[in-house]
Design a binder for this molecule. Structure first.
Ligand code: SF4
Length: 281
């Protein structure tokens, strides 16, 4: 089966932990490492694209299998014909390895060991420093010492973190992330993470029942960013996401994409704070 930008099926490669994604947006291939093969997360975001999402954490990670799968995948991409046979010509390059997947990756107790494992494998393929290593996280577990250890290892490998901060009010986090998280505590976690590893704030914005986020929500979110700037939190910038792919949650029909101009106008307000912004629609 040819993999396209629309074919993000994590089972497409027939592996448990490792999957390829061809991204038109990034113009290349990303190798994903999924630490939640049971589709379990401690949050339940309205826009989440994980099918059959359930609450919880991952089963024990078989690190031998994970390493074997990662080596197989990189061998096929770097030394084999994966790119030529599976990827449209304009996108035949390896962009990154992303610790992401079907739930919150840092909820795996093995998270720090997995970071080290990935570093070892990338070094063996002479890829350290030449491709990106990314952790995509909701940040909710950043207070845990094992998560901080993994983040220090990520930094040592030249990696970066995409930290989810969709809304900055308690009601907004409850609505959008189905999380009881307190925005102040989440902000403190952001500070911890950004202090340990280069960090982007990642935010998904969409219309709910045809209505864009309320002005008070937008103001609270911008206020959080302004505070980070004022307090010298070393953010790389902000990744603004629209609704690029359909939600797989029960509320999917209530969600719709915002006009691109809406996102671009907000991006301008973020830039005015002195932060870099990437808009992904
Ligand atoms: S944190 Fe990520 S995996 Fe978890 S529910 Fe939200 S979007 Fe889905």
């Amino acid at each position: 089966m040819s993999l396209t930008t629309l074919n993000h099926d994590r089972a497409a490669a027939g592996m448990v932990y490792v999957y390829p994604v061809v991204s038109r947006r990034a113009g290349g291939v990303s190798v994903g490492v999924n630490l939640n093969p049971n589709n379990a997360c401690n949050w339940r975001c309205l826009y989440c694209q994980v099918p059959d999402l359930k609450r919880g954490g991952p089963p024990p990670i078989d690190q031998v299998q994970l390493e074997d799968e990662l080596r197989q995948m990189l061998t096929a991409i770097v030394h084999g014909d994966f790119l030529a046979s599976q990827v449209p010509e304009a996108m035949r390059r390896l962009n990154d390895v992303a610790i992401s997947g079907n739930g919150e990756p840092t909820s795996a107790p093995e998270f720090p060991a997995v970071v080290e494992l990935i570093g070892r494998v990338l070094a063996d393929f002479a890829l350290l420093g030449s491709i990106r290593l990314v952790l995509i996280t909701n940040g909710s577990l950043a207070g845990k010492s094992r998560v901080r250890a993994g983040l220090r290892s990520m930094a040592g490998l030249g990696g970066e973190v995409w930290f989810k901060f969709d809304r900055a009010t308690r009601a907004g986090m409850r609505l959008v992330n189905d999380s009881a998280s307190d925005p102040e505590r989440h902000y403190q976690r952001l500070k911890i993470v950004a202090g340990l590893c280069p960090t982007w704030v990642q935010t998904c914005l969409f219309a709910l029942d045809g209505q864009p986020p309320e002005q008070a929500e937008v103001a609270a979110w911008l206020g959080m960013l302004m505070r980070a700037v004022n307090e010298g939190v070393p953010l790389r910038g902000v990744l603004l996401y629209g609704l690029a792919r359909p939600s797989m949650q029960a509320e999917a029909e209530r969600l719709s994409a915002l006009p691109e101009e809406w996102l671009r106008e907000l991006a301008g307000r973020v830039e005015a704070l002195g932060l870099a912004v990437r808009v992904n629609v």
